[in-house]
Design a protein. Structure first.
Length: 508
């Protein structure tokens, strides 16, 4: 009986426990007792991550259906439900959310000294909102969590950000909020057609091509801004540059993934014919992000802005993997390659979270010590911070896509499957292997092995014990999934099959 109760309510606990922890952190005494807030946040984040272990162990990899479901009436008058569940797409993202939040809390231990309780509360509430987004089965509940997580991120940029934080936070909020408004209209229209807000009830709904195209475009704006795709990507470099290190990590590791999650959960299965019709548009936008934004990254002089543009280029791979399936099936008639394309997109989402998040944390360590983000202000860091240089090299190699790191697996799967759809698309996509090596290694060489330009560099202290723990944890997962991605692939395979079933089934 206890086991059934646990299975029934575990997702609610993962959503509301961090929010309750955020309230406790706020009430812990403010800056007079900052360690109380830090300790509360650390304990709550550890418990949240620990709860993911039985969630993972109890998950049936052979089922593509929702598991650990919970249903209750939320707003009876409109038939809106508090419905939760996980499948092979949402579970790894929920586990990633709890893992990333723990790292952010630990990384901020010695770096955040102003409004500590509010900072910890913001990231705990953000965790609960993001878990809720990935676990929602009701579209209005999904939308509520989707919009709700913008508030703590807006505050984290606006309060703990850099000099131009007000502009960056407002730009971030307006872009993401206005994009989501059209998504709400699309969800309301789908409710009118199906008499349900349940996301799974939208899948078998018969829709004309005109209806599908308008719904697809409404979803596209919301998800493209979040991903972000060219040309609606301009909010991200500003947000990353001005955000505190923790905010940059959550943006890169988690919030960008929600755009790709939206494509897999909504666009492909609900509007399959429109997705197939407009797939070349999506592929073109993805290739622009991969090639053009990669070239833009090379020209950057600010480390955080360079990694931000790198994130846009790598997330272009995710969008490419999602929409190449139609060309792959049309040209090769091989579902194996279509599976590989979508699974590669999912693996790329997870691996990018580790590598990009790790690089933002590494840059945060340097910025905290020298109070500058400009590449020209660094040089010779490896002489005074050898441990930091060693870890950063591993993270940089994963960002480049070196075999043996998690960054290689997803990109390799997407390129390998894309060849079956279009040789030239695969060739253009593979240029990221060159471009990412150019801008990543160029930055690394100048920062860690360049000429020392600041006398303070020789006196810098290497990473402390908390930073070492964070970097070791990231190094372990980067190498583990680079060498053995099977647990991740096994978890998502059946669900990817379900997504493909609806995505390749015409509604006309």
């Amino acid at each position: 009986m206890l086991n059934n109760l646990f299975n029934h309510y575990i997702l609610s606990v993962l959503i509301w426990l961090p929010m309750f922890g955020g309230a406790l952190a706020l009430a812990s005494g403010g800056d007079q007792h900052p360690n109380r807030a830090r300790l509360i946040a650390l304990i709550v984040s550890i418990i949240s991550l620990a709860l993911c272990v039985p969630l993972y162990l109890g998950f049936d990899n052979n089922s593509g259906l929702m598991q650990f479901q919970q249903h209750a009436i939320w707003i009876r008058a409109y038939d809106i439900h508090y419905s939760l569940g996980v499948d092979g797409i949402s579970l790894p993202l929920i586990m990633l959310t709890t893992f990333t939040t723990l790292l952010v809390i630990m990384a901020a231990w010695h770096h955040i000294h102003i409004r500590v309780s509010q900072y910890m509360a913001a990231f705990l509430v953000m965790q609960g909102m993001m878990v809720g987004t990935f676990a929602s089965l009701d579209s209005i509940l999904f939308y509520a969590f989707w919009e709700g997580m913008l508030i703590p991120m807006y505050l984290s940029i606006g309060i703990w950000g850099s000099t131009n934080r007000s502009y960056a936070s407002i730009k971030f909020f307006l872009y993401t909020f206005l994009g989501s408004a059209l998504m709400l209209i699309a969800l309301l229209y789908l409710h009118e057609q199906s008499n349900s807000f349940n996301i799974s009830d939208f899948y078998p709904l018969k829709l004309t091509m005109k209806q599908q195209v308008w719904i697809f475009l409404a979803f596209l704006l919301a998800f493209a801004v979040k991903l972000p795709m060219w040309p609606v990507h301009t909010w991200l470099p500003d947000a990353h540059t001005e955000a505190p290190a923790g905010g940059s990590v959550v943006l890169a590791a988690l919030m960008l993934k929600m755009g790709a999650y939206g494509f897999l959960r909504f666009s492909l299965p609900i509007t399959p014919d429109a997705s197939a019709l407009l797939d070349h548009l999506m592929i073109a936008l993805s290739l622009i992000a991969i090639v053009y934004i990669g070239l833009v990254a090379i020209a950057q002089t600010d480390m955080k802005k360079l990694i931000a543009y790198s994130s846009i280029a790598h997330m272009g791979f995710v969008a490419l993997g999602c929409f190449m399936v139609f060309d792959i099936v049309a040209n090769s008639h091989n579902l194996k390659d279509a599976y590989m394309s979508l699974e590669g997109a999912m693996v790329q989402m997870i691996s990018h979270a580790f590598s990009s998040g790790a690089m933002f944390l590494g840059v945060g360590v340097l910025v905290y010590r020298l109070h500058t983000r400009l590449i020209k202000d660094f040089g010779g860091i490896a002489t005074s911070m050898p441990y930091c240089a060693a870890f950063f090299m591993l993270f940089a190699m994963s960002n480049v896509g070196l075999p043996g790191t998690s960054g290689f697996v997803g990109e390799f799967m997407i390129i390998l499957s894309a060849i079956q759809g279009s040789f030239w698309v695969a060739v253009l996509a593979s240029t990221t292997l060159i471009l990412s090596a150019v801008y990543t290694l160029y930055m690394y060489k100048r920062v860690f092995f360049g000429v020392i330009t600041d006398p303070r560099i020789a006196k810098l202290h290497d990473i402390n014990y908390m930073e070492k723990i964070v970097f070791v944890l990231l190094a372990i997962v980067i190498i583990f999934f680079g060498v053995y991605p099977a647990p991740l692939l096994n978890m998502m395979h059946a669900t990817i099959g379900n997504v493909l079933h609806w995505s390749l089934q015409s509604k006309l």
